[in-house]
Write a new protein. Structure first.
Length: 325
């Protein structure tokens, strides 16, 4: 089958078109014929070597953490799905930048009333946004939320989910004025430049931070009593912070983390629950996924290069086989 992959770690330029074996569905697995693959920061990390060197068949790794498409085959023991069903899937082991992708059955979600195109960027983004807010940050109705990387796929979804969960005020931060204009469409009360938010905000109940570095450190000082700083990424690729514990006690602050890969290994039912809750909001029209760019599969390197340079907003898709219905 046709795919895009890499056999050496590096920047997006290491991704190239490849011909690789079509996977076969084993017990508890679903083979998906891919219509769309979502583009995520995790795929850039995969290429850069954050997950280790390539170890796939023939020394080639195929990235891609979420897809939509139709069920092509079911492994033994899989129920509730049939060949031809439209689905979205989270792929904890990657493989989405290809014509076919293999997913654990528990991470395959029927797309009832949701178009394949929208579903292609939903499984990872919406599950992460919902899981960060409800699992790690434990958002409660009436609270104030600050979302860094407000114009990104997870950020734009998290703003809408925060509203659906009853947040009273939702702030966002971005890296440019252009991104601020884009982010405003998702219901933020205010969107601040990342260089200015620390001087403007106080008493925030929940901060969502996929950025790290100085942004993370500045956010700690803004927390309200019992406020939670929730970490779910490290886009700035800054050295890890070394934080003393006593200030958390003395200022009634909390630090939490969310990593969907770890949850997929240790609490897959939790991941599935977060995903189903988020997909229900999407199907009802309570939230929407803004697809801002669509490229062919062989444009994967271009898509990741835009992400590395911070040019992306919303959700970027790779159109693998958009003729699927």
């Amino acid at each position: 089958m046709h795919a895009v992959g890499f056999d050496v770690n590096g920047g997006p330029e290491v991704l190239r078109p490849r011909e690789v074996p079509t996977p076969v569905a084993g017990p508890g697995q679903v083979l998906v014929e891919v219509a769309y693959a979502g583009v995520n920061y995790g795929e850039l990390q995969h290429a850069l070597g954050d997950f280790g060197p390539p170890q796939g068949p023939g020394g080639v790794d195929v990235p891609g953490l979420e897809v939509s498409g139709v069920v092509a085959a079911l492994g033994s023991g899989v129920g509730g799905l049939a060949v031809g069903d439209p689905v979205a899937a989270y792929l904890p082991d990657g493989g989405g930048y290809a014509e076919y992708a293999l997913a654990p059955a528990e991470f395959v979600f029927p797309l009832d009333g949701i178009p394949l195109r929208e579903g292609g960027g939903a499984a990872l983004v919406l599950t992460t946004a919902y899981g960060v807010l409800t699992g790690a940050a434990r958002l409660r109705a009436g609270e104030t939320v600050l979302i860094h990387a407000a114009a990104g796929g997870v950020g734009s979804a998290a703003a809408q989910i925060s509203r659906a969960l009853g947040a009273a005020v939702v702030h966002g931060t971005v890296g440019s004025a252009e991104k601020a204009e884009y982010a405003k469409r998702f219901g933020y009360d205010a969107v601040h430049l990342r260089s200015e938010f620390a001087d403007r905000l106080r008493d925030i109940d929940v901060v969502l931070d996929p950025v790290g570095g100085p942004t993370r450190l500045s956010s700690l000082a803004l927390l309200a009593p019992f406020g939670r700083l929730t970490v779910y990424g490290e886009a700035a690729r800054e050295p890890d912070l070394t934080l003393p514990v006593l200030p958390f006690w003395k200022s009634n602050r909390s630090l939490a983390g969310y990593n969907i890969g770890d949850l997929a290994r240790r609490a897959p039912r939790t991941v599935r629950g977060h995903a189903l809750s988020a997909f229900a909001l999407l199907a009802a029209g309570t939230i929407r996924l803004d697809i801002s760019a669509e490229l062919p599969l062989d444009g994967a390197a271009e898509a990741l290069d835009a992400m590395r340079a911070g040019r992306n907003v919303g959700k970027t898709l790779l159109a693998v086989n958009p003729r699927l219905r």
